[in-house]
Write a protein that binds this ligand. Structure first.
Ligand SMILES: [Zn+2]
Length: 126
């Protein structure tokens, strides 16, 4: 085997190692037991329409909402009083779960392509 080839294969093995460690790092996100809530918390700004209300000329009212897409449609849910902090935590947890899941998909795709290269290099014909 050529030196170039050996170096290339050694780089592939190192990449496999690095990716396997990255998966190890993602695992806590997947094995966490905390509940999750799909969606994003945001403030919906609006004027209430009462002519003498402060919002008519100044700051609009802010209602905290949960926005989520279901079957391609975005739905809005008003966050009940006292639940803002908790829902923020739950939605952030969901978002990091989804991010980690997407990353895992990319890692596996990359690993498979690296494995194919190793297989091609090691394979012999009878
Ligand atoms: Zn108002």
């Amino acid at each position: 085997m050529q030196t170039d080839d050996r170096e290339r294969l050694s780089r592939i093995r190192q990449s496999l190692d690095r990716l396997a460690r990255e998966i190890q790092g993602l695992l806590p996100v997947f094995t966490d037991r905390g509940p999750m809530l799909k969606g994003t918390v945001y403030a919906q700004r609006r004027k209430c329409g009462k002519p003498r209300c402060g919002c008519a000329s100044g700051e609009p009212h802010g209602t905290m909402m949960l926005s989520r897409s279901e079957e391609g449609r975005t739905t809005l849910v008003a966050i009940p009083d006292g639940y803002l902090k908790e829902w923020q935590v739950l939605t952030r947890r969901y978002q990091s779960f989804r991010r980690a899941r997407a990353r895992l998909g990319q890692i596996y795709k990359t690993m498979l392509s690296l494995l194919d290269q190793l297989e091609a290099a090691r394979r012999r014909e009878p």
